[in-house]
Each structure stands twice: as structure tokens, then as C-alpha cells.
Design a protein. Sequence first.
Length: 291
Amino acid sequence: MTRDRVNRTIGYFTTKAGYTIEYSIVGKGEPLLMMHGGHSNCREELGYREFYEHGYSVITPSRPGYGKTSKELGENLSVACDAYKELLDHLCIDQVHLIAISAGGPSGINFVTSYPQQVRSLVLQSAVTRRWLTPADKLYKSAQIMFNPSLEKYVWAMMRTMNYFFPKLIFKSMIGSFSQLPTSEVLNQTNEHDLEQFSNMLKDQRSGHGFLIDLVQTGKQLDHELSAIRCPTLIMHSIHDASVPIDHARFAHEVILSSQLCELNSWGHLIWVGEDSAEMYRKLFVFLDKH
């Protein structure tokens, strides 16, 4: 195991089938399993400080195709969820709070339905909960090209270079992909600390084989899985989200009997950044501490 700049333990676990799961552990306390979003991995930093300062131990596996986790685990969600269960058994963890973010939504939803006794509570943040992009969508087609494993490293290298020299410019240029609000309004809701958080987020982002796996897995309906969820569930989503529309949150709330919906007025998809993030964290920890 190794440690990185936020005192994060990085480990590698081999499943019974011989596949690798890269994972990280941050903090000590109640265990919380994190299903990260697209283009991310177990080295994600955005939002983690709040968890370990609040007394949670965050376990984050790099999802299939991301980081050094075997892409073969992305064959289907059941295979991946079985691997996550093996990881928790290896770590001697019986129950977790589970947070599923953005494109990690289907992974979290399937884990809860596959191993309900393992999950104390579920939080869906800006999460995909129904069919997202399909091959007919322009964004799907462009993502297939930009984030193809043979090209994505060059795309992200260019992004990191721009981010290094012109962090505010690249944030401004990407606002439209995260928010439905006018750019000027978003800039009024963010400060230098928010820009620093966004810039740091981009430093570790890669797509690997993971995002193409996500495109397949987020193209399926999840009605059956959502209706089977019985644990306490909190759904948090910005009404201005341009990446994953608010309809995903409302749909999940309609189907999950034990859910509560928290519609946020934050600027967009990245609900951990901006002036409304403090209120989001307050509501999140009220829920987690209760369950």
C-alpha cells in the first residue's frame, strides 16, 4: 500500500477470478463506500476532506476500466458488484453507507440491490438513474471518439496543460457542460477556492477504458433495480444540472419507496463546488449521521 498527498491509502486487491481492483481509503470512522463518477478514479479528492473531517472512512474502488482496475470487471454491473463485495470482505467491513456519483449511479444502485444487507444507506449525488446517453445522441458519438482509450490520454494531457496555464479560462469554457445557467451567473456563484477545487479535480482525471464502459452501462433502464431498494435513500441533484438532468433524480424518487429528494439550487452538476455546497454538506451529514 502507498499514501498520496491527502494521506490516502492506495491498495490493490485481486479477486477470486484473478482481476485487480485499485482502491483507496481516506479517514477513520464509519465506513462509506464511494462509487466515483466518470473520468475519475480512487485518487479523486473533490469532497473527501469533508468526509474524513466528519468522522467517516471513505473506501473508493476505481471502477472497471478506470485507474488500475481491470476493465474486464466492466463486463456487466453484476460482475463488478461481486468484486466490490469481495473487496469489502477482504477489508473485514460488514456494512457501509454508499454514495454513488454521476455515472457511478448504476454501480451504486446495482450494489444495493445485489447486497442489500451490506448497505446501511444510499446517497445518489448528481447520479444517472435511468437511460442516459444512447448511440443516437451526438454527445455519445463525440464521447466515443474523444474518450476512446487510444486518444483519451492526449485529450486529458491537453486539458491539463490548459488547466495549468489558464485555469479560469478552462473553467469558464466548461461551464456549459455542467450548468444550464448563464456563464456570468455561474461565475458570480464561484470564488477562487472553487476554481482551485475544479482545477485540482482536472489534474487526476483520465478516461482509460472506463468511460466507454460507462456509456454502455448508463444506456440501460434501471426501473427494476430502483424499485427493489429498501434502505434509507437520499437523492441530491441540482435543478440546473446540464450533465445529468434533474429528471434522473425525480425518477429515482418516484420509484424508490424509502427515498427523500433534495433538489438543490446550486449552479450545476458539481454540487461540491460553489456557494451552495455548504448547505448541501449540512443536509448530507444530517442524513448520514441519522442512519
